[in-house]
Write a protein that binds this ligand. Structure first.
Ligand code: ZN
Length: 156
């Protein structure tokens, strides 16, 4: 099996043109094709791309971070949270593991707090401007590990 590692810079906006995130000024992202490292809609758009290629791609929410799920919103008591001061927009990790889900405070009502476990970009249609920096064949190690190595990729 062979696969490519594609390295790219991106600017991410929502459908209204509001800037959400960008890799400009930092390391580009390196990803192993077919590894599920990046969202499905972006992977589809970058397939067979070449160095120097610039692409703009609209990714609907269902091919990005999914639709919002209202059952992921729950009400907890303020005392269950690890801090004294709680504001709308604050984010907490729900466990010690660094991959534990992150919840966002969407409401504070007296002693109770509304927590939303949806991904912050769930339900958001995305617009990417992508600048392909490099395309190379993945090493056997990368294919074995299921991720890209080196700048923008995984460091062990
Ligand atoms: Zn690795």
């Amino acid at each position: 099996m062979s696969a490519n590692v594609i390295t790219f810079h991106y600017v991410l906006k929502d459908r209204e043109g509001q800037l959400i995130d960008s890799s400009q000024g930092g390391d580009p992202v390196a990803y192993l094709e077919g590894s599920g490292q990046i969202i499905e809609g972006l992977e589809e758009a970058l397939r067979d791309s070449a160095p120097g290629q610039k692409t703009e791609v609209d990714v609907p929410a269902e091919k990005a971070y999914g639709e919002r799920d209202d059952t992921l919103v729950r009400r907890v008591s303020r005392t269950q949270l690890p801090v004294d001061e709680i504001n709308v927009g604050d984010r907490f990790q729900t466990g010690a593991d660094r991959h534990a889900p992150i919840v966002t405070v969407i409401g504070v009502e007296g002693d109770s707090v509304l927590l939303d476990a949806n991904h912050p970009l769930a339900g958001v249609d995305l617009h990417f401007e992508v600048d392909v920096v490099d395309v190379r064949e993945a090493t056997p190690d990368e294919i074995h590990h299921g991720h890209a190595h080196g700048p923008g990729g995984h460091h062990h």
